[in-house]
Design a protein around this ligand. Structure first.
Ligand SMILES: [Zn+2]
Length: 281
């Protein structure tokens, strides 16, 4: 099929596609088609988020407020100069994934305690059962020969966002989830005028594969945040349904006082920075 002459299935308007597009939204009626193994198909599960900040000043203020909430760059952005800013409505594949990770680690503290005055079992148990950051960590007490070798499991469910635009993959979030409770069926008329709505060139199957490997990395990161000296890390990721979400995103490039520059990617639907870890406090 000649992609240049492709027409919208719903209203018949020309789609003016250029290049290897995999997901296209009609600029007249908002219908979306996606390229599948069976050709172009209407995409029913297509939603969007509405921006809260649409002016540059608001976006900069939101970034600075985010940074000032205890992030380690605290103060860095006070003197930072904004050198580039743009807002676009970017397609993401939201992929339902669930993951189960098991690993073993050396419990250094316990080892030290055992060498000292014996095991404070109650205290250790309390610390180990703590629920950190929404992920349930269940330690499995295997004393083994060394005493301090333990196993743990991490279970996580994600609505993992995969950027559907290859050219923007540098900004793929590693650990971010949109507030999907705020999403509404896609309707371009509900977006502020003049915002650029991007088509995607990443297909749904590729997005599912990407989500699988990104969730793998995230689970490993979580394990390493919990414990040191990890071995035998094994993650099973199950990928479920996916849907397309158009989300308004600000790209803000700041020149820092040390001469370096940093790009912040702001989810304009809830004023959260997506490409750096959230503040710990
Ligand atoms: Zn149309």
């Amino acid at each position: 099929m000649d992609i240049k002459n492709l027409k919208c299935n719903a209203c018949g308007a020309p789609l003016h596609l250029d290049g290897p597009i995999q997901v296209a939204t009609c600029e007249y009626c908002g219908s979306t088609i996606a390229l599948t193994g069976m050709g172009w198909k209407d995409l029913k599960a297509h939603s969007m988020l509405i921006p809260q900040v649409i002016d540059q000043g608001g976006a900069i203020a939101a970034c600075k407020a985010w940074m000032d909430r205890g992030f380690l760059h605290h103060g860095t952005f006070d003197k930072a100069k904004m050198i580039e800013a743009k807002c676009e409505v970017v397609p993401y594949w939201i992929v339902s994934t669930s993951a189960n990770t098991t690993y073993t680690y050396q419990d250094v503290k316990e080892q030290a305690a055992m060498m000292g005055a014996g095991i404070g079992a109650g205290a250790l148990l309390g610390a180990a059962l703590g629920n950190r950051g929404g992920t349930t960590v269940v330690p499995i007490f295997g004393m083994g020969g060394q005493g301090a070798q333990r196993s743990a499991t991490i279970a996580g469910n994600y609505q993992f966002p995969v950027i559907a635009v290859r050219g923007l993959q540098t900004y793929q979030p590693k650990e971010y989830q949109f507030d999907l409770s705020k999403r509404i069926p896609y309707d371009k008329r509900k977006l502020p005028q003049g915002l650029n709505v991007l088509n995607g060139d990443v297909g749904e199957d590729d997005a599912k594969n990407a989500a699988k490997s990104l969730v793998n990395q995230l689970e490993s990161l979580k394990a390493h945040q919990q414990h040191r000296m990890i071995s035998k890390l094994d993650t099973q990721v199950t990928v479920g349904d996916s849907e397309l979400l158009h989300a308004p995103v600000w790209y803000l490039k700041f020149q820092l006082h040390n001469g370096k520059s940093e790009m912040l990617v702001l989810d304009a639907s809830r004023n959260a920075v997506m490409n750096v870890p959230p503040p710990t406090k």
